[in-house]
Design a protein around this ligand. Sequence first.
Ligand code: GCB
Length: 599
Amino acid sequence: MLRPQDSATRERRSLAGLWRFRADADGVGRQERWFARPLADAIDMPVPSSYNDIVPGRELHDHVGDVWYQTTTRVPRGWAGQRVVLRFDAATHAATVFVGETEVVSHQGGYTPFEADVTELVTPGEEIRVTAVVDNRLTWETIPPGIIEQTPHGPRQKYMHDFFNYAGLHRTVWLYSTPVVHVEDVTVVPGVQGDPTAEHLTGTVGYAVAVAGGSTSVVVRLLDADGGEVTRADGADGTLEVPDVHLWQPGEGYQYDLVVEVHHGETVADVYVQKVGVRTVEVRGTEFLINGRPFYFRGFGMHEDHLTRGKGHDDAEMVHDFALLEWIGANSLRTSHYPYAEEVMDYADAHGIVVIDETPAVGMNAAVAAVLGTKIDNVFSEEAVGSKAQAAHAQAIRELYERDKNRPGVVLWSIANEPESHTPESEEYFKPLFALARELDEHRPVGFVNVMYSKADVDRLAQYSDVIMINRYYGWYSDSGDLEAAEAALEAELHQWDAHGKPILMTEYGADTVAGLHDLTGAMWSEEYQAELLDMYHRVFDRFDSFQGEHVWNFADFQTSRGIVRVDGNKKGAFTRDRRPKAAAHLLRRRWTGRDWLG
Ligand code: GCB
């Protein structure tokens, strides 16, 4: 699905701002048709934001079920004769949208966009009322999965991942126009002729344009970053050659503009500009190659998580987080454990940050669930994560691909985080999903993130992955406080994975750490322990040639559900939740940049 943009033929209007909002504790709003009139008893709710922490008290924080959002907007007069589309960048986790009294779209899946053509329902120059009912419930039919327990005190949402189930309209809502004859989709596939490490390379950009609304011809022009035309071609698909190509590189997000013009008779009916970064990705033996050169991942598993707004996107927070990544010397991140806002992805593309792009499939694991207090007998069964979840999972993979397929920063798909992966049932569940990911994208490697309960000797999914991604907590959840034992166990395990002959990435390692807690005996929870643990891991990583990346868990402390293993959230951040560095941040900066904090 194309992102809305302003072009010579298109306009967009953000509906960000304060919406009317009401939680539907009794679940009666759909039946009572709350969308049919101005929302009664409403409070102001910022969009984008999670709603959970905006007002004090548990009621909204722990709400289970529907909430209602409503706003009015005037459709620009100048849009007469245009197609008008209403797009939600995300609604977590499911939504049904109404324009006036008409239902226009429903969507399941909390982190990918959806839209509706509302042309027939609007009159340019007049106001419309937009209402969205957003459901935060996680069940055995959703990704991620969850369980709703009915209790005498009301429904309780349980889930098998630790990050808090923030919900609401986390990203912008757009009203946008396109011509009736319009570009519906663009796919680009970059490449190079010959050895990508050679000088003065010729790049290639395979492209395919889908047009809707009438018979047309398509012209594409490729512009360099200064706006100079590099090449042009006629036709809805083909391959462009880019002489002396300027590659997209880690650390340098050079991008071209592919200007797609749809000609209808003598006129240019629609113009859409697609960014293109030319780079290659390849797994060769135990190496992960970007543009033919070995790439070593340095960075973090992240979360979209901030004070007050929860998972709501905010440009200031985003730019600050990227500035901290640069300060610390990170070259990459994983969108743990769901697709991030498109603004984040744009920023990564534009600045040469390498991304492991993850679906929202997290918490498919009985052992992890048990630690978090939920008992499941057979996780991959019709009673739990069965065919319905698998269909939702497949849809999540498709929507992630459709959204991010053109992004140069995305070099690897992660189709799940820490599923149980040692049972025949897990293999049966995942086999078709790996096949789907490969069918969608022949040009990027695919993998999943392995959990400590399904080690190399029993795992059944690594065979389907191009890279080995593992999360390990030696010295924290196992060998707690004993870094010598942890070091031996980590090294022994890496030897086992080494035998696969694939690149190995540590996608999570870390220790909960209370900022400001210091202890000269190196006690757990202290800043000293976190730094010492990371240092130990690095020592071990450096002993393996097949080791191609280190992503610390986590970039920053983040909010979790309530439980006895968390005090005010997960504290494994190198930064606190309000982005102050712990000792570990300085250690990482030294390892990744060779510099101290003032250096
Ligand atoms: C994991 C999960 C991550 C958790 C982390 C932890 O393995 O992938 O979502 O936050 O452990 O800190 O427990």
